[in-house]
Design a protein around this ligand. Sequence first.
Ligand code: PGA
Length: 321
Amino acid sequence: MKHATLRQLKVFEAVARNLSFTRAAEELHLTQPTVSIQLKQLGDIVGLPLLEQIGKRIHLTDAGCELLVVCRNIFEGLSRFEMLVSDMKGVKSGKLRLAVITTAKYFIPRLLGPFCERYPGIDVSLKVTNRERILQRMADNEDDLYILGQPPENVDIRAEPFLENPLVVLAPRSHPLAGVKNIPLPRLAQEPFLMREPGSGTRLATERFFAEHGLSLKVRMELGSNEAIKQAVAGGLGVAVLSAHTMALERAGGELVFLDVEGFPIRRHWYVASPRDKQPSVVALAFLEFLRGEGKVMGERYLQDIPGFPTLSRRKKPGKR
Ligand code: PGA
C-alpha cells in the first residue's frame, strides 16, 4: 500500500460512501473516467477487487469494506491534525459533523447560529435522522458527535445528558379530553394513536412506558416524521406522544394541545454522545463546551417558551423514563 496515493484513497472513499461513480465524480469535481482510472490503479495495488457491480448497483467487496475503515481513520487523523495546528495558531477551525435525532432538529440549528458566530472558522454539517440510523452512523464512524434521546446499552460510548427532552401527549384542541385534569392512563390508551416509524426512539420510549403500566396501544397509523404526526393529530386522526420540543414553533392558542395525563410528561433527556475509543477533535471539544454552557441556558429558556408546556410540566409528577 506504500504506493497508494492520498488522492486514490480519497476517490475510493467517495465512491464507497456514495456507492456511485457519478456522485463521487461530482463531489470531487472530477470526470468519471478519472475516477475509474484512480480506482483501477488502487485495485491493482491492493491486488484484489474493491468494488463489484451487480446489475446497476455497486457493492463493496470484503477488501473494499476494510479499506473504507482504513480511509476513514486516515482522513480523520489528518483533519484532527489540521484542527490541532490551527488551534496552536490561536484559531479554531475545521469541520464539525453532527448527527442529531429528529426531535433535536428544532433546537440544535438554533444553537448553531451563536456557535458559528463565536467560531467563524468552524464549518458545521448537520444530519437529522431517527435513532436507529444514528446508531448505524455511529457504528460506521460517520460523525464527530451524536445527539440522541437514549444512549444505547450495548455500545461502548461516552454520553452526557445536556437538556430535558420531555415526551407529552398531543391532541387536537377540539378533543373531548382537552382540558380534563389528570386523565387516567388506561383512559388514554383507549384513544387511537399515531405512532412514529419502527426504529424511532420516541416510539420505543412510548411503547416501553405503556408496557410498564401493563397497557398496549391502539395504533391507528404509522408516520415517518414528527411534523406529519402533528398534522394528522390536528386533522383528528388520533392522539400522539411526541417530544415537547416538536411544539416549539407552535403559537399559543393553535390547533394542538397537551393532554394532562397521569405519568406525563415522560421525563427524558438528550444526550451528546460519541464512541468511547474516538478521540474528540478540537472543534468537537469546542462544541461540547458550548453545549454545556450557553447550550444549556438557551435550551432551558426554549422549553419554557413552548406554549402551555411550563404549566403542564409543573403540575405533573414525572413518569419513570
Ligand atoms: P427519534 O428519537 O427521532 O428516533 O424518535 C427521538 C428520541 O429518541 O428522543
